[in-house]
Design a protein around this ligand. Sequence first.
Ligand SMILES: C[S@@+](CC[C@H](N)C(=O)[O-])C[C@H]1O[C@@H](n2cnc3c(N)ncnc32)[C@H](O)[C@@H]1O
Length: 201
Amino acid sequence: MSERFNQAAADWDKGDMRQNIAHAVFQTITSRVALLDSMNILDFGAGTGLLSFKIAPLVKSVVGIDLSEKMLEQLEAKNSIHLQVKPMCRDIVTQPLDEKFHGIVSSMAMHHVEDTAALFKTFYHHLKRDGFIAIADLEAEDGSFHTHGNEGVHHFGFERNGLRERIEQAGFEHVRFHHAYTVAKESGVYPIFVVTASKKR
Ligand SMILES: C[S@@+](CC[C@H](N)C(=O)[O-])C[C@H]1O[C@@H](n2cnc3c(N)ncnc32)[C@H](O)[C@@H]1O
């Protein structure tokens, strides 16, 4: 799976689609969650940092986790003395971090993770008390979203009810879905949600 993204990394930021998704996801997150300059945030599946670098100016620190070294190289190249995101190549489900975060964000990565129940348990474990998640992904689709094939795509988007159950089973409360954006392609239209939830006290 990381091979797919290693190959795509150099051209990932080209074109409008991914930039528009990241922009809309960022707007949706900031309209629903108060990001504070005291917060440390984890961006799961950060890729080249399209979302991470929008979040970074608002908070204390952002860690961008990804399995693709090449995507993270692109992320690292955007670091400057003024704005930094810490790249980390690691599978946090099998190798949890010692650090706990005020919040976990993610855009368009969850459909690449087979066991989403385990993923939400991992997110829960990596949050401080009262921490939040804000996770963006596709609404259920027919498998036509990925124009270059479905290798490494474990979910054709998500049914909200099933996802809500998995999130609640991991221990989260206040699970809310928000429409963020709709991608229009020749093959169809693909709405994207942001689901927010908080760690139970
Ligand atoms: C569709 S890209 C999205 C990247 C970025 N969030 C964006 O919006 O441009 C999905 C990213 O998730 C990463 N990914 C997939 N499974 C992962 C996992 N288990 N842990 C960390 N990253 C993962 C991939 O390597 C890829 O960079």
